[in-house]
Ligand binder design. Structure first.
Ligand code: NAD
Length: 317
């Protein structure tokens, strides 16, 4: 098949692009490299640097494409609180531009990568797709708005659409930005280097962590699964893990004696996140294969960032 992946040089985009290319598909990737790394892509992926709002570029890239994976986005919740206009322009505006270009060229299916963040704080767990979303950040609002645009424009122009609400994905290749790094690579790096693990609040908040290979399996299934147009599907492990438990596992697999600090001043985010897997099982034949402890071990083993030397300490006289 012929695929276009937006956000192809990002963490999930590159993992998907490389796997599709390994399977012998024709894969084009688009990314503006605002955070992505083109070196993560296999030479078999035809990469173009560009903005997802650039429709002339999209028209060219969409020629003869069967299915589009839309991952290009700004992805930091705290950053979205500071810059909501930018998040709206890229995550919502970019989605509308892409859908317009798909309408113009004619593409059979779009798989939109949404987020479990759209649910917000909910009493009842696990989170099933029929729960009314309570987005609590501009990032979450932008993903929910994009879901509606994908579905509505898709309906109007006969483009099959499916939204995958991915929960906390982790694995080798995940970026570690200096501010607000994702919790798993941050804890792993700190533990490997003997640094302190800083936990927000008391660490009793829970998340549903899903390994990148499982996410890629689900994304690939969504390109060809029959009768899934209109679907919203949770992509998750279906297992709820507290930050305290994550700390315990990270320390165990790294054999680390790192100190753990509980910072009561920081916002722990939503209190619980555990997703319901039923739709993914039924519609994609999806079953998570890598549970957290094994996923942490694979991340540590496969990602070179955990094997580099810690920066030298400044010499004090
Ligand atoms: P990422 O930041 O590694 O990937 C996003 C990519 O989009 C980057 O390579 C970036 O350069 C690119 N991009 C940003 N703005 C662009 C623009 N205007 N035009 C073209 N490219 C642009 O993040 P990721 O974790 O790989 O996330 C990929 C997608 O999955 C995002 O849509 C994100 O919302 C979604 N998602 C991720 C997770 C997760 O845990 N990683 C969870 C839920 C949903």
């Amino acid at each position: 098949m012929n695929f276009l992946i937006t956000g192809a040089a990002g963490f999930l985009g590159a993992a998907l692009a490389n796997q599709l290319a390994r399977q012998g598909h024709q894969v084009r990737g688009l990314d503006d490299l605002s955070t992505g790394n083109p070196n993560a892509l296999s030479p078999d992926v035809l990469f173009t640097r560009g903005d997802v709002n650039d429709r002339p570029k999209l028209w060219t890239l969409l020629q003869e494409v069967d299915c589009v994976y839309h991952l290009a986005a700004r992805v930091s919740v705290p950053e979205s609180i500071l810059y909501p206009r930018e998040y709206n322009a890229v995550n919502v505006g970019g989605t509308v531009s892409l859908m317009e270009a798909m309408r113009d060229v004619g593409v059979r299916r779009v798989v939109f990568i949404s987020s479990g963040a759209v649910y917000g704080d909910q009493e009842d767990q696990p989170l099933s797709v029929d729960k009314t979303p309570h987005p609590q950040s501009p990032y979450a609002v932008s993903k929910l708005a994009a879901e509606y645009y994908v579905r509505t424009i898709g309906d109007l122009w006969g483009i099959e659409s499916v939204s995958l609400r991915v929960f906390n994905a982790y694995g080798p290749g995940q970026r570690l930005p200096p501010s607000h790094p994702p919790v798993i690579p941050n804890f792993l790096r700190q533990a490997v280097r003997g640094g302190t693990l800083v936990v927000h609040d008391q660490g009793i908040q829970t998340r549903d962590y899903v390994f990148v290979d499982d996410v890629v399996r689900a994304m690939i299934a969504a390109a060809t699964a029959p009768d899934i147009s209109h679907s919203i599907i949770n992509i998750c492990s279906g297992t709820e893990t507290s930050i305290r438990e994550l700390v315990r596992l990270v320390k165990e697999i790294t054999d680390s004696r790192s100190e753990v600090i509980y910072n009561q001043q920081t916002d722990p985010g939503v209190s619980r996140m555990c997703a319901d897997l039923s739709e993914a099982k039924e519609k994609l034949g999806y079953q998570p294969q890598i549970m957290l402890k094994e996923g942490l071990r694979l991340t540590l083993e496969r990602d070179p960032i955990f094997h580099r030397e810690a920066p030298a300490q400044p010499v004090t006289r």
